[in-house]
Design a protein around this ligand. Structure first.
Ligand code: PLP
Ligand code: ZN
Length: 408
């Protein structure tokens, strides 16, 4: 049986799978989906998943629903999918040399339909919204969740409303949300204020799709199923991911726990979460061994996708980091900028938040905290075209460097 359970270790509250509660009715903590594995062995499932790559079923073409034995079950006609997932694992030799590790791979989740990993969670979240009969969906967002929600809602024929912190989402992301027909509400303040505004609006007709929604976490965890399949089920030593609201980190921890428990892998990668120094409540918690997260009141970083002061999923993420023997660190905007330029020069490119991973790897390698012979997989969360203003701003050089060129 698949059902919802409170994510607090000592609570034990359980709910029916399609209950629309956002939090545990007993203690208020976040909910999570519990998957009871369905009758195949790990060995059989590995073959079935690989075989689906040759199939024309829309669920098999999806890099999320291909792994549906570990997802809630839906009738085929309810699944809202756009062939998300199926993103490559890229070896980055020059970038590796720059960062000080021998074997570095990028898992580029920015190469999804709307250009970020949010599509992996959104296909699952919108499918659930569709299944329970929602008419309208909403989220607060730093931009990418809004773009993804708008697109998948449009595919499902649902009305979409997105709350953005005014003047903080990049124009590219705002343009996507508008292009896909979402109603955009700009909120004075930060992402955290936008999320508070949406939650306190408490509109019962809106189906809520921030990453506290446990179905989004289920979709996002499949990124690690796909990555481990690409590694032939031999886990890399480290998986490195940027941390904002910490939904993605939580989902990766859940994936590793499930794959280990069900015998798909015999050891788990260590999960390293990298935050921006100006929005680093989780890194501070880790550093101080604290049991309670202290929010950052005015988060500030050029990496707008992780400009979040009060990450809602920190308890889930912490569990994943601890279970895998990982760690949490932060990097400055300057370090993010350098790393982003290197990823660009390698012909790959990403948005600033994604480059926090590489900046973190370089920082850890320089400090002797990463074995230089380790196999490292860094997750790139968003496409280079997600924040073109940042690139133009940071790459513009004085005209005298280029003979005959005009200053921009
Ligand atoms: C949403 C997002 C993040 C942060 O993910 P969380 O799940 O909020 O930690 C990082 N990078 C990009 C590009 C994003 O869109
Ligand atoms: Zn509870």
């Amino acid at each position: 049986m698949t059902y919802l359970r409170c994510s607090a270790a000592d609570c034990g509250a359980a709910l029916e799978l399609h209950d629309r509660s956002l939090a545990c009715p007993k203690c208020g903590d976040l909910l999570e989906v519990v998957i009871e594995p369905r009758f195949y062995s790990a060995c059989d499932l590995k073959n079935i998943w690989r075989g689906r790559r040759a199939s024309g079923d829309p669920r098999d073409i999806s890099g999320v629903w291909r792994f549906r034995e570990f997802l809630p079950e839906y009738p085929l006609d309810r699944v809202v999918t756009m062939a998300e997932g199926n993103t490559p694992r890229l070896r980055a030799r020059r970038t590796a040399a720059w960062s000080g590790v021998r074997e570095l791979w990028f898992k580029h989740l920015g190469w999804n339909p709307t250009g970020s990993f949010k599509d992996l969670g959104m296909t699952a979240g919108i499918t659930e919204a569709n299944f329970v009969g929602a008419r309208a969906v909403a989220c607060a967002s730093t931009g990418n969740t809004a773009a993804s929600l708008a697109a998948y809602a449009a595919r499902a024929g649902l009305a979409a409303r997105v709350y953005l912190p005014m003047g903080q989402a990049s124009n590219n992301k705002l343009a996507q949300a508008l292009d896909f027909g979402a109603q955009v509400v700009q909120i004075e303040g930060s992402f955290d204020d936008a999320l508070d505004a949406l939650l306190s609006a408490g509109d019962p007709d809106l189906y809520f799709l921030n990453s506290i929604n446990p179905f989004r976490i289920e979709g996002q965890k499949t990124a690690m199923f796909e990555l481990l399949e690409q590694f032939e089920w031999r886990a890399p030593d480290y998986v490195v991911v940027p941390g904002g609201n910490l939904g993605n980190s939580s989902s990766f921890g859940k994936a590793f726990a499930e794959l280990k428990t069900q015998g798909f892998i015999d050891r788990v990668p260590r999960l390293i979460v990298v935050q921006a120094a100006g929005a680093n409540p989780f890194a501070r918690l880790w550093e101080s061994h604290s049991k309670q997260l202290t929010p950052v009141a005015a988060p500030d970083t050029v990496a707008t996708a992780i400009r979040i002061g009060n990450p809602r999923s920190w308890r889930k993420a912490l569990r994943g980091v601890e279970f895998t023997g990982g760690m949490v660190i932060d990097v400055t905007d300057e370090e993010i900028g350098e790393a982003k330029a290197i990823i660009g020069r390698d012909g790959i490119g990403c948005e600033p938040a994604s480059a926090a991973t590489l900046a973190g790897i370089k920082k850890l390698a320089a400090a002797g905290q990463l074995d230089p012979h380790a196999v490292v997989a860094a997750v790139l969360t968003g496409h280079a075209l997600k924040d073109t203003d940042y690139i133009i701003r940071s790459q513009t050089r004085p005209s005298e460097e280029v003979p005959g060129a005009h200053a921009r």
